[in-house]
Design a protein around this ligand. Sequence first.
Ligand code: SF4
Length: 727
Amino acid sequence: MKPVKRGGGWAAIWYTLRMARRVGWRQLWNAMRAKNTCKTCALGMGGQAGGMRNEAGHWPEVCKKSFQAMVADMQHGLRPEFFARFSIEELKALSPRELEWCGRLTAPLYAGPKDRHYRVIDWEQALDRIVRQLRESLPDQMFFYASGRSSNEAGFLLQLFARLYGTNFVNNCSYYCHQSSGVGLTDALGSGTATVTLDDVEGADLFFLIGGNPASNHPRLMRTLMNIRRRDGHVIVVNPVKEVGLVNFSVPSDLWSLLFGSKIASLYVQPHIGGDIALLTGLAKAILAREAQDRAFIEQATEGFDAFAEHVRATSWEAIEKNSGVARATIEEMANYYVAARNVIFGWTMGITHHEHGVANVHAIVNTALLRGMVGKPRAGLLPIRGHSNVQGVGSMGVAPNLKQAIFDNLEKVLGIRLPTAPGLDTMGCIRAAADGKVRAAFCLGGNLFGSNPDARFAERALGNLDFIAYLNTTLNTSHAWGRARETLILPVLARDEEPQKTTQESMFNFVRLSDGGPARLSGPRSEVAIIAEVARRYFDSRRISEALDLDWTKLQDHCAIRDLIARIIPGFEAIRDLDQNGKEFQIGGRTFHQPRFNTPNGKARFHVTALPPLCGEPNQLRLMTVRSEGQFNTVVYEEEDIYRGQERRDVILLNPEDIRRLGLKVDQRVRVTSAAGEMSNILVRPFDIKQGNALMYYPEANVLVPAVVDPRSKTPAFKSVLVTVS
Ligand code: SF4
């Protein structure tokens, strides 16, 4: 398959037309322009400004990913005959893409220890089964997980129920993606999210894009990067892989760009996987050598500079070049761009967070920004480019093992309750506890817990060791086939634009949107809030403790009532109370830094000394990163082919041609890829422009190879640095 010459463009338009023909032009048009937040990434589109409009008010702002998610929700409903026809073993043989396109879930499904097929049960049976499990389990034998596609209202209610049930075993999918960003940014600035708004990015004159491929995963960000280049600004891309869409991207809604393309990267730097700290230490060394640091800013607004500068000056260029895999001349060139720029944004994704040293990677990025005063002013700052459309929102709502003190205190004060204080458990912590038999059951709000786990065989064993698991989803995924407990329940839920009540979502820019919802497309699925509130009502009624709690769970099926609680309990969300009346979507207070005063106790930002992590691997080994293709979003695979990397299939390993020659391999040779966690056979060798010594395979299939190793501080797995041999 010939790779495309540039990202976006006509290919995205033809795809959209194909999708429109598939589900009906008018249906798709009406769905896309409805006042609902885009269901895919957290860049943020839609809401009360109307569909396909971004935070800067620009229209049309829509991408292939948004259409893929919408069309998937517009599928036919799955009938009971399907589950009579396909056994669970046969579902296991289906690929993530085949499971996604089987159709929408419409009825509760149950599979017990002896069942070879899922069978349809009614809602009464389903809800009773959950309540019985809650009654049979002790609070610390149960964990609650949420994906970032759920609404703030569902997230808030889930964590409230879990805590009133008595556990802090509460977490969300960000533990497997950007938790390292949250921890690293909080260490340095006292706040764990983006310090900028979309307008700031639009106003920057230099954008560092580190460890990510937004051309594929956040396509509308490419318009902003194109605009920076058009204003004679620059974009520096740091990525071991030469991604076509980061070299040149055709913004379909811009005629010139559509016809002639748009240069994105001014400079494309390909370090080793795991070489980012060395690279950024080199950049800092070049800045210090030129006395180009912002002394006044460092003096007034930071602490820890001396130790940091001493470490940087003591680190040799030899160690920097070896560990980063980047020549000093290239790093000096990066410094030229950086020193010449007035307003700089640093954006990153999981190429930075998916490492055992993920938090230190984030520290290194913050250090580099602080060095030239690029945080705490308009048009400059830090941007973790988040995945799911509301992953930040469910975190803000308290779907996390440890509540922020203010939220903890407000919950107790406002609701007159006592919350559990036992330590919580993150996602990997819960999976390990399941493997050890310490937790017996789980409740998963959206997502694909099995599919997103490293070490797939371990995850299968751990989830299989549970007595019971309940999944709330719109479509089938690999968790339903491979992530089963002794008893597994799947509950069909409504999609965001099918909700009977308005919901809210938070973008990566800390902007809260109100989604109108809409008519249900199929009968059967229920809203996430309705399910959680009904389970809670039945559980507390069955324990005759509702009165004591003075919480009316039936009333808490009303999203306005939930938003009233959120406004009183979650700092920065006060404005959510009036959203229904005034429709005024809002920026969360206290997170955007346009002044050099930060949320740390003394208001100063902190430099961190970041030691160079060792460059792992023997000569016969390669450093593997697992990635998403252009045809998928997180674990949801919509298309088999990856048109940006020219791959028509997913059972491939992409290697530098020099490594193929050095290892005595041939293009399209079938090989076995082995790591400490597992192996994959019959994998096709494919040449690609990737840094020599490094390799690329597709997630989630390659999770079989990824050991369940996490960053000790963020508990985020190292999906992007796995040592493998190819034979
Ligand atoms: S860039 Fe993200 S938020 Fe915008 S339309 Fe695409 S998927 Fe949706």
